[in-house]
Design a protein around this ligand. Structure first.
Ligand code: ADP
Length: 265
């Protein structure tokens, strides 16, 4: 707990007194601390690829200036690191746009079936590159839900991309839409989309933290896969705006299921 102690002189009758007030500043302090942590994390995340790029530029201008094979290799690495920085900046912008709109309820009516079909089509080449079979089930005859079309595309893209990335080569990713579900945690009827994979799964202690910005179970693996550590944070913020939920079920060694629950009303 953080308190400000405020002393105020007062006159009571013939006496000069001082009142002492304790003001609870815990929330303000915590918000400030979160902001400082966030800026430190962003700086760290951007500095890592930037340091690599600067190092390779220096080598190319100096010792490796005449070495054509090294030049090609180093340019390849610089290209990958610069693209990573670009993805981090893009995800940070998405996150800040979603946060700016968090109090504005989406008013469009979106067809979740159509969204899933188009996301699956877009991600087919990514799945194919990983030798992953992407299966979409139950997409006929679903209610429309109030929502923001582009943001929901982003939610399902992030979840299906993760399932492909972390599910493992040669495995299946299943996307299943249930059009009427009575979720105990929801007041109204809802649509549920389950995205499940056959990967290594996630140990229980990590699950509550997965939607924190830059939280990764295995940083090395995430970076190898080109991850930014922001995908699930974006999903969480978009779903909050839709009064929706993200439920994560996973057991180490048994794959994971990320469920999106979106209310009708
Ligand atoms: P990243 O860009 O690192 O993938 P995300 O925010 O999308 O960032 O996910 C955060 C972390 O959650 C990942 O680094 C990974 O450790 C874990 N994760 C997400 N989806 C899955 C999944 N389907 N299977 C296993 N781990 C996952």
């Amino acid at each position: 707990l953080v308190y400000d102690v405020v002393l105020r002189p007062v006159i009571v009758g013939d006496f000069a007194c001082v009142t002492v007030a304790f003001e609870d500043k815990t929330e303000v302090y915590e918000a400030g601390q979160m902001r400082r942590d966030f800026v430190a994390n962003v700086s760290h995340e951007l500095r890592t690829p930037l340091t690599a790029v600067l190092g390779f530029i220096e080598t190319l201008l100096g010792p490796a200036a005449e070495d054509t094979s090294a030049r090609e290799r180093f340019l390849g690495i610089m290209d990958r690191e610069a693209k990573r920085m670009n993805r981090i900046v893009g995800d940070l912008l998405s996150l800040s746009r979603v946060e700016a709109e968090r109090r504005v309820r989406p008013t469009d009516h979106v067809d979740v079936s159509a969204i899933l079909r188009s996301v699956a089509l877009n991600l087919q080449p990514v799945a194919k590159a990983q030798d992953v079979t992407l299966i979409v089930e139950g997409v006929e005859g679903c209610e429309e839900v109030p929502g923001d079309h582009d943001q929901l595309i982003q939610v399902f893209t992030n979840l299906i991309e993760n399932a492909i990335k972390y599910g493992g080569r040669g495995k299946e990713v299943r996307v299943c839409l249930t059009s009427h579900t009575d979720e105990p945690t929801m007041r109204s009827q809802a649509v549920r989309v389950d995205v499940s994979d056959q990967g290594d799964g996630i140990a229980a202690q990590h699950i509550p933290r997965l939607t924190e910005r830059f939280y990764r179970v295995d940083s090395h693996r995430s970076r190898e896969m080109g991850g930014t550590g922001l995908g699930l944070a974006i999903v969480k913020h978009i779903l909050n705006r839709h009064r929706g939920r993200l439920r994560i079920e996973s057991h180490a060694g048994q794959g994971s299921c990320f469920s999106v629950i979106l209310p009708y009303e």
